[in-house]
Design a protein around this ligand. Structure first.
Ligand code: UD1
Ligand code: UDP
Length: 356
């Protein structure tokens, strides 16, 4: 049987982390072509992850960074069609819910190439989020839908999608379990920033509904400034740009730093007294490392972190964020909600069986 070619599409920070374990698993039986759309392009938002996790550099980089949603998605679509015509992959693999995911999904569906979606079935039920549109459309043209959770499988069933659905666990858990020890050995971020373990909070903010609304950003930064703890805040470039534009500054207890690599991030998360975030991936990682999470959104796709009692949805209200930080201290066991760290192998097995 000829070796099958899988075209993996990545573009944004979380997708490099998700792709790492999957690419490692695919190496056992597929030829993999990695296409980087260029959606994220700064060294600290892209290349650092390839270097740290010893991933092969992408075979193609489309250089489509910045611009509006239509510009990004449209340019990616044109370039992907060209590459698919040349490479003729047997399957296209997309991750998560970014514009790179949607462009990959549309290009693949139009070219009638089987599409596999990793992290299928997630829903926030908020269609104002660009990610919600990306998720829904991608799922509806996918051939194989790799769901991380039971909730994701149920969401798909409610939309009439039951064929090709596989609950495989979460590849971000694979990445975390694989890299945590390495991160502890390699990162010196705690010493570098002069932090005391357990004595600082860790914050990330990049969701459009927060960064693109001056009132929301002001409220979040005021809350950070009023916490009775140091706050380490690796700032997404989008967030820094908008804070500059609006002249929003941070309190003296807030340490704003550039985005960090995955190893530093894992170590920062593990040793934080609390994580405050609007990131999807960071909510899950907080759960996995057993640190309470205050989510700076009204809703989440990762509903089981909330049900478990380790994640609270605070929105952006200053008072609510401060109140949770000072008074809410979850305890209790954490069930293995996101699998045992071997989701990528399951994906490999299912792909192998279906691409025979
Ligand atoms: C994107 C995803 C979001 C995901 C996030 C992960 C979409 C619609 N959004 O949001 O789902 O959670 O990535 O981090 O796909 N920028 C830089 N350098 C970079 C990358 C971005 O300066 O390396 C700046 C640019 O000004 C750019 C802006 O950030 O225009 C927004 O980047 P973009 O990729 O469009 O969206 P994100 O907010 O990163
Ligand atoms: N992350 C990182 N450095 C940072 C911030 C985040 O390595 O400065 C990692 C984080 O550990 C997680 C992923 O990036 O694995 C989450 O990506 P992001 O928050 O950008 O996007 P989302 O998950 O919300 O789509």
């Amino acid at each position: 049987m000829p070796i099958r070619t899988v075209a993996t599409i990545v573009g944004a920070r979380p997708q490099f982390i998700k792709a790492a374990p999957v690419s490692r698993a695919l190496a056992a039986g597929f030829k993999e072509i990695v296409i980087h759309t260029g959606q994220h392009y700064d060294y600290g938002m892209s290349e650092i992850f390839f270097t740290e996790m010893e991933m092969r550099p992408p075979d193609f980089n489309l250089g489509v960074g910045g611009g509006s949603h239509a510009e990004q998605t449209g340019k990616m679509l044109v370039e992907l069609e060209r590459i698919f015509n040349a490479v003729k992959p047997d399957c296209v693999l997309v991750f998560g819910d970014t514009n790179s995911t949607l462009a990959g999904a549309l290009a693949s569906a139009k070219a009638q190439i089987p599409l596999a979606h990793v992290e299928a079935g997630l829903r926030s039920f908020n269609r104002a989020m660009p990610e919600e549109i990306n998720r829904m459309l991608t799922d509806h043209v996918s051939t194989l839908l790799f769901c991380p959770t039971d909730a994701a499988v149920e969401n798909l069933a409610k939309e009439g999608i039951t064929q090709g659905v596989h609950r495989v666990g979460d590849v971000m858990a694979d990445a975390l379990f694989f890299n945590l020890k390495l991160a502890r050995a390699k990162s010196n971020i705690i010493e570098l920033l002069g932090l005391a373990k357990g004595r600082y909070a860790l914050a990330t903010v990049h969701r459009a509904s927060n960064t693109d609304d001056a009132d929301n950003m002001r409220s979040i930064l005021r809350a950070f400034g009023d916490l009775s703890s140091q706050v380490v805040f690796p700032v997404h470039p989008r967030t820094r740009k908008m804070m500059n534009e609006w002249g929003i500054s941070a309190g003296s207890n807030v340490l704003m730093i550039d985005p960090v690599g995955y190893y530093d991030m894992l170590v920062l998360q593990e040793n934080a007294n609390c994580i405050l975030t609007d990131s999807g991936g960071v909510q899950k990682e907080a759960y996995l490392v057993g640190v309470r999470c205050i989510t700076l959104r009204q809703e989440t796709e990762w509903v089981e972190t909330v049900a478990s009692g380790w994640n609270q949805l605070a929105g952006v209200q200053e008072k609510k964020i401060i109140d949770l930080f000072e008074n809410w201290f979850p305890r209790g066991a954490r069930a293995p909600l996101y699998g045992d760290g071997h989701s990528a192998e399951q994906i490999f097995n299912i792909l192998s069986a279906s691409l025979k």
